[in-house]
Design a protein around this ligand. Structure first.
Ligand SMILES: NC(=O)c1ccc[n+]([C@@H]2O[C@H](COP(=O)([O-])OP(=O)(O)OC[C@H]3O[C@@H](n4cnc5c(N)ncnc54)[C@H](O)[C@@H]3O)[C@@H](O)[C@H]2O)c1
Length: 344
């Protein structure tokens, strides 16, 4: 029987898709989430897809004693996937302490309690923001980590260093750090997807909300970058593909497939897509127009970044499979489902 995986932030966007994939791979899951940026109804969506309702504990991971109680009362937890964090880059600039507390103290609590709970595997959600604007593209994991442009980005860099120091000190667990590029899309069933709070921070929810008429117009920040069409370039990765990488990472650690105690992988497609190309692909795929206007550059945006995913492909044994077109179609199907449910 497979071990149980504790998923922090498991009712969030990437966490919920990962719980689906873990369950479909035969793992039992326990979600810990304080619902600060997600909704309890996400559990219904997961249950509809997998037929299994995951165990859910509502808890703020800043509450170390509460976390200890949860870990003490469960046996058979083999690994933790740690998604729970605050993630709004702009907000982090104005509320740095909130971000350092929520993204660092939570990590310290988990790492501190893992040994006494006998948990041997830890997956951490990092981000391509650690590379800033890399000198050469596609970017590999060996590219230098550049000074962060926001407190949010800094929490990811600091978290990576904390994990590295713990492994170096010989703490009794392994870790895989996953650096995500730009996760988009929804589960193909449209039972789970991204549910942004307020005005979306990310491009695709903005595109689908504009296409739905919820927002009058999409702003494209800058068309004078040194790119094919002047708009910024990113590596958009399907959220279900991304979720599957977490299952592969957990398997790798629990089945001792590597001698390394710490590994870092880029999770991207290896393909850079400009903002205007993405809008065009959405319009072509769905037949729905997305009104947009070009506005000035946004502070803190880098020009272009996309992954070299070779290490994840060859060493981890994971490859992004979904096309951009199918992924955008899944995002649109999800947006329409939200409308049917009267949510957006
Ligand atoms: N979505 C992206 O574009 C992206 C890109 C790179 C990295 N990441 C990282 O991936 C992880 C997941 O991102 P997401 O997009 O699913 O975010 P999300 O906000 O949808 O999910 C995070 C979940 O964590 C919960 N949470 C936050 N603080 C908590 C706390 N103290 N205790 C318990 N629960 C808490 C929230 O309620 C939410 O359900 C985050 O660490 C994020 O920084 C996301």
């Amino acid at each position: 029987m497979k071990k149980t995986i504790l998923v922090t932030g498991g009712t969030g966007y990437i966490g919920s898709h990962t719980v689906v994939e873990l369950q479909q791979a035969g793992y039992e899951t326990i979600i810990i989430d304080n619902l600060s940026n997600s909704n309890i109804e996400v559990l219904d969506g997961i249950e509809k897809i997998t037929g299994i309702r995951p165990e859910f504990v509502r808890l703020d991971i800043n509450d170390k004693e509460g976390l200890r109680d949860v870990l003490k009362s469960r046996t058979g937890i083999g690994g933790i996937i740690h998604f729970a964090a605050s993630k709004a880059v702009g907000e982090s600039v104005h509320k740095p302490l909130l971000y350092y507390r929520n993204n660092i103290v939570t990590l310290l609590n988990l790492l501190d309690l893992m040994p006494e709970a006998g948990i041997e595997a830890f997956v951490f959600s990092s981000s391509c923001t650690v590379y800033g604007q890399p000198d050469s593209l596609p970017v590999t994991e060996d590219a230098p980590v550049l000074p962060a442009l926001s407190p949010y980005g800094n929490t990811k860099q600091i978290a990576e260093e904390i994990i590295r120091d713990c492994i170096h000190a010989g703490l009794p667990f392994k870790s895989i750090i996953l650096r995500y590029f730009n996760p988009i899309g929804a589960h193909p069933s449209a039972e789970t997807g991204e549910l942004p709070n307020g005005i979306p921070q990310n491009l695709v929810p903005f595109v689908t909300q504009t296409a739905m008429g919820i927002r009058p117009e999409l702003s494209v920040f800058g068309n004078d970058y040194n790119t094919v069409d002047g708009s910024c370039i990113r590596d958009y990765i399907n959220v279900t593909d991304l979720a599957k990488a977490h299952v592969t990472a957990v398997n790798r650690m629990l089945e001792n497939k590597s001698r390394e105690k710490l590994e870092i992988f880029n999770l991207g497609t290896g393909r850079g897509v400009s903002v205007l190309e993405l809008i065009n692909a959405f319009e072509t795929g769905t037949g729905v127009k997305v009104p947009y206007k070009i506005v000035s550059r946004r502070e803190g945006d880098i020009e272009k970044v996309w992954a070299n995913p070779e290490r994840a492909n060859k060493v981890l044994g994971w490859t992004a499979k979904e096309t951009l077109e199918d992924t955008l179609a899944s995002a649109w199907k999800w947006q329409k489902r939200l409308r049917e449910r009267g949510i957006q």
